[in-house]
Design a protein around this ligand. Structure first.
Ligand SMILES: Cc1cc2nc3c(=O)[nH]c(=O)nc-3n(C[C@H](O)[C@H](O)[C@H](O)COP(=O)(O)OP(=O)(O)OC[C@H]3O[C@@H](n4cnc5c(N)ncnc54)[C@H](O)[C@@H]3O)c2cc1C
Length: 537
């Protein structure tokens, strides 16, 4: 019998197995600029390992977990009333890599994670999570909330509360890990947090909460921070107090709240977001009862920063995939990347992805300085956080969609990462404050917290930053988004220029940002055909 001929080599290039760290050498170059040399050397093998996982095992797990969303149960087969959320083993493994193997939620809070003798600085956490999120977005929500909750607790809570809960929040052992959550949104109180109706009632045993929380991601978390209004407290955000809500009481029994149902969502399909009814739940007051919202704002800002970082990571994944496809896919006898029109489209993906990455790294450095007591750095972080959350999350929507198109029809199917990435990317702009709310927060940071002089002082003499700063300082509500976008891109270009002193490609990126985002353009004229070097591997 004639042997069967071998199958023809496929015409579709497959990026599975690509190391997402080494496939993006600019990232390591940038880390060389921003990290202390010793820490850079120490982290590099971990980044390489995570890059390989993200382009291989984690990517496959994320696809599987996405297809197998969590299931909510409220009764055992023998009729016992008991609530639990069943999570697919693929999601469990994704959690294990993030929380346990890489200690991403713990590394800012204690020494010893990844063998480093001190708590790792924010930039280490952001660099590693930036890689992780390129494979999986859903787990990053519990991860970020656990990390941010540990920070808020350490800063504001009574030490007895911190001593009790911090070890669990920073554990790398999945059996002793306590994950965190933030239950704030109610049906009538989303953006308008001051309308919160959840009641806090104090009796001889402590505080009890009554109310309905409408969006609760990581719904079965071990502890959550909750905003509630003590009886008799004033209306608005001023009357809100912050509480720590444990899932289990000290005797091991369930706390008095119920998960009512899980949300059926467009993205983050593998992570359980639910609705929760508080029925006299035991909770512990965190910090000053009159400053509940201000304290919660610390957690919200940390989550917003993390959100911006994740948007940057998702854009990078989209870009890496688009570049890979364009370099290997052939049409009309040429590789896609050789075609002038495709090259121009790829530049449009590079611009927002690189702007977000540079702002993220710069903000991480400022955050470390702020936590060390530098007041100007604190004000910069206050302004950079909503800038990044607003603009990077919006850009991620477009970049993930356009990168999907680079892969053509395959990009639209669920076997590749593109569709999931696109669905997940749309969430960034909605949770932790919608685009409008976060852009308005940029104006608030400028007006109420005098953050602009601190930002300007970091880029002396930069005409675009000054001009965008003047525009944003005078902007009215209706133009908050325009002002935030202008300031974001002006700052991005200034940071890219600075990076360009050591890494010349970054200077070309700065020029690209200014040409396409800050300078006036005539729609009836061709742009200068520059920036070709940005498409070289
Ligand atoms: C998947 C998912 C998970 C979530 N997880 C959590 C969670 O874990 N914990 C939690 O507390 N919340 C969570 N949320 C809730 C989320 O943070 C809110 O949905 C969001 O803050 C918006 O609130 P809202 O839905 O009530 O919209 P609304 O506040 O009703 O806003 C509707 C629209 O009005 C606009 N708007 C409102 N005020 C203004 C204004 N002053 N000027 C201009 N425009 C305005 C908004 O920008 C928005 O476009 C989650 C949401 C989603 C989708």
């Amino acid at each position: 019998m004639k042997p069967e001929s071998p199958p023809a080599a496929t015409a579709l290039p497959d990026s599975r197995g690509l190391n997402l760290f080494t496939a993006d050498p600019d990232f390591d170059d940038l880390l060389g600029l921003y990290l202390e040399p010793e820490l850079h050397r120490h982290l590099r093998p971990h980044l390489e390992t995570l890059g390989a996982l993200a382009g291989g095992e984690l990517d496959e797990l994320a696809l599987t977990a996405d297809r197998n969303p969590p299931k909510f149960h409220s009764r055992s087969r023998s009729g016992e009333d008991r609530q639990w959320i069943e999570k697919h083993p693929a999601y469990r493994r994704l959690e294990e890599v993030a929380f346990s193997e890489f200690g991403l939620a713990a590394m800012s809070h204690r020494a010893g994670v990844l063998g480093w003798p001190r708590p790792l600085p924010p930039i280490a956490k952001y660099a590693l999570t930036y890689l992780y999120v390129q494979a999986e977005f859903g787990v990053c929500c519990p991860l970020s909330m656990t990390d941010a909750l540990a920070r808020t607790l350490s800063r504001f809570a009574d030490p007895s509360l911190t001593v009790r809960y911090l070890p669990g929040l920073t554990s790398q052992d999945m059996d002793t890990l306590t994950q965190g959550a933030m239950f704030m949104t109610e049906q009538a109180a989303g953006s308008d947090v001051g309308a919160t109706a959840t009641r806090a009632v104090q009796d001889e045993d402590g505080w009890r909460l009554y109310g309905d929380k409408w969006f609760c991601s990581n719904a079965d978390a071990g502890v959550a921070l909750v905003l509630a209004r003590p009886d008799g407290a004033p209306a608005g955000t001023k009357g809100l107090s912050l509480f720590l809500l444990p899932r289990r009481l000290e005797d091991g029994s369930d706390n008095r709240y119920r998960i009512v149902r899980l949300k059926d969502k467009l993205g983050t399909r593998d992570m359980a977001s639910g609705e929760i009814r508080l029925e006299g739940a035991t909770a512990y007051l965190v910090g000053d009862a009159q400053r509940g919202f201000v304290q919660m704002a610390d957690m919200i800002n940390m989550s917003r920063l993390s959100n911006g970082m994740r948007a940057a990571g998702m854009m990078r994944r989209a870009l890496t995939e688009a570049l890979f496809w364009a370099r290997h896919r052939v049409a009309f006898g040429r590789r896609l990347i050789e075609m002038p029109l495709m090259r121009r489209q790829l530049l449009k993906l590079i611009l927002p992805a690189e702007a977000a990455r540079s702002i993220m790294l710069y903000t991480a450095i400022q955050l470390a300085a702020a936590d060390g007591g530098d007041e100007a750095a604190r004000r910069r972080v206050r302004l950079l956080t909503p800038l990044l959350k607003f603009r990077a999350c919006r850009d991620a929507r477009r970049v993930t969609g356009d990168a999907m198109e680079v892969r053509g029809g395959c990009g639209y199917t669920e076997e590749w990462s593109d569709a999931r990435l696109l669905r997940d990317a749309h969430l960034g702009s909605i949770w932790e404050g919608t685009s409008n709310i976060v852009a308005l927060d940029v104006l608030r940071a400028i007006r109420k917290e005098q953050a602009m002089p601190a930002l300007l002082s970091a880029f002396p003499g930069d005409a675009f930053v000054e001009k965008a700063g003047t525009f944003a300082s005078a902007a009215d509500e209706a133009h908050a988004r325009q002002a935030a976008s202008a300031l974001y891109y002006a700052v991005a270009a200034a940071i890219l220029d600075r990076e360009g002193l050591k890494l010349p490609r970054r200077r070309a990126l700065a020029a690209l940002v200014r040409q396409y985002r800050l300078e006036p353009r005539d729609p009836l004229q061709s742009a200068r055909p520059e920036f070709e070097e940005l498409l070289e591997a």
